[in-house]
Design a protein around this ligand. Structure first.
Ligand SMILES: C[S@@+](CC[C@H](N)C(=O)[O-])C[C@H]1O[C@@H](n2cnc3c(N)ncnc32)[C@H](O)[C@@H]1O
Length: 178
């Protein structure tokens, strides 16, 4: 993994966020939502998992792609009981700690977006035994958490990302080798 993601000051982040569909909250950038929506449209997964539901922006991006695909189901996992979930077609909401939850088998798409790096490592490690060969695994905030996060996640998955988008908060994509 190239050393590209450095820590930023609040001013640098504000500057870099210009032109981005992002409100300086924990919610995923609109551009990344478009990306995961597009991946789900093209990949046509049957079993999808999102860790870290928050207000459902990623959930909506994935679920709306599944609706358009007319196939597949999403399990979205959130451990904060304050989260208010609005039921959506093709989605099962799971109120649980994603590092302890038993995922469904044959996962072929995952969006890991829950808490600090160590929680994300554990959440991904929990999912991997349930992932199919060829599954697409996306991690969010790779740029936000800097290269140590991507390096740590690469160790968990067993290889560097197949593609890394190093802006704004960063998203990395792996094709799981099984
Ligand atoms: C960055 S936000 C998720 C953003 C959301 N995916 C989106 O697209 O807008 C991270 C979320 O992960 C949740 N979270 C943190 N640790 C978790 C855990 N161990 N299990 C499940 N959810 C967790 C937080 O409560 C928070 O809602």
């Amino acid at each position: 993994v190239p050393a590209i993601a450095q820590r930023r000051s609040a001013e640098q982040l504000k500057e870099q966020a210009k032109g981005w569909d992002w409100q300086f909250t924990q919610a995923t950038e609109g551009e990344v939502l478009d990306l995961i929506h597009g991946i789900v449209r093209v990949h046509k997964p049957s079993v999808c998992v999102e860790t870290g539901t928050l207000n459902g922006h990623g959930t909506e991006a994935i679920a709306s792609a599944l609706v358009r695909n007319d196939r597949g189901h999403l399990w979205t996992v959130e451990n904060n009981p304050e989260y208010k979930y609005h039921p959506m077609d093709r989605v099962t909401f799971v109120g649980a700690d994603s590092t302890l939850w038993d995922p469904p088998g044959n996962i072929d798409f995952a969006f890991v977006d829950c808490g600090p790096p160590d929680v994300r490592f554990k959440a991904m490690a929990r999912l991997l035994p349930f992932c199919q060969r060829g599954a697409i695994l996306c991690t969010h905030d790779n740029w936000f958490y800097t290269d140590e996060f991507t390096a740590g996640m690469s160790k968990v998955i067993g290889k560097p990302p197949n593609i890394m988008f190093p802006a704004l908060n960063g998203v990395a994509v792996w094709v799981f080798d099984g």
